[in-house]
Design a binder for this molecule. Structure first.
Ligand code: SF4
Length: 246
């Protein structure tokens, strides 16, 4: 069974059937299915943010032989780097770090220290989307930790989502945690004694680059502190795929 992006895109009943079947399975079984189906062509990216530990723990149970790709934009919190090192050691993960071609300081000199406020889409394209592109080109499927209860833009996230990048490379996005709630995430972390991101205690509930992340008030979406006030909700890694299911 391959279930390539092309097959799933061209066969709507097959895609609906697979998604209906996976919807009934646990996150564990969904990830096990993806590992069995896509083998070495399965990619996991992680921001090592506030909600990353559950998927990383699942990965350590079902796909430890495969690397975890971490995008170091140059604008991450020191606490995120420390959390990455802590989780990687605890779970025995092999982390592959990707960095933008242009170092942070040169990028700032060329485009200005307020580039994240003036043009966050450009900054994300250069520092997040571009470094991942060569890796994504060789992947048949890409696992990420999107959950439906994180924000309005993620509320319709399916388990399998065939998509393509701007260069036309096709892959299947796999979202094993799509149905998990924030309460279930907390229960899972407690069950397996997973450490919290150090900034979570300061109400950073979704954590990316420091110029674009702020704490969240009571009652707000988990992702309300990302690019707050800038009319942007996704970094570009997932927005193309999510736009197709709105
Ligand atoms: S999240 Fe902010 S700092 Fe990070 S790449 Fe995007 S715009 Fe740049």
């Amino acid at each position: 069974m391959t279930l390539s992006s092309l097959e799933l895109t061209g066969d709507a009943p097959l895609l609906a059937r697979e998604n209906a079947r996976l919807e009934m399975l646990s996150p564990e079984d969904r990830l096990a299915f993806a590992v069995e189906t896509y083998g070495d062509e399965l990619l996991l990216t992680s921001s090592f943010g506030a909600g990353s530990a559950v998927l990383l723990h699942l990965w350590s149970r079902f796909a430890k032989h495969l690397p975890v790709v971490f995008l170091d934009t140059g604008f991450l919190f020191d606490e995120t780097h420390a959390y990455k090192d802590l989780l990687a050691a605890k779970l025995g993960l092999h982390v592959r770090v990707l960095s933008p071609e242009q170092p942070r300081d040169e990028f700032i000199v060329e485009f200005g220290a307020d580039i994240q406020r003036k043009d966050p889409d450009f900054c994300c394209a250069r520092n997040k989307v571009a470094p991942l592109a060569p890796v994504l080109k060789n992947a048949a499927a890409w696992v990420s930790g999107l959950r439906r209860d994180q924000s309005a833009t993620r509320k319709n996230t399916p388990i399998l989502l065939p998509t393509s990048d701007t260069d036309g490379n096709r892959y299947v996005k796999v979202h094993p945690l799509a149905t998990m709630t924030s309460v279930e995430v907390a229960e899972y972390m407690q069950l397996y004694e997973l450490p919290e991101h150090p900034l979570r205690a300061k109400r950073y509930l979704s954590i990316g680059c420091w110029p674009c992340t702020s704490p969240v008030a009571d009652g707000e979406d988990e992702r309300a502190g990302r690019w707050a006030g800038r009319g942007k909700t996704e970094c570009g890694l997932h927005s193309r795929a999510l736009a197709s299911i709105k």
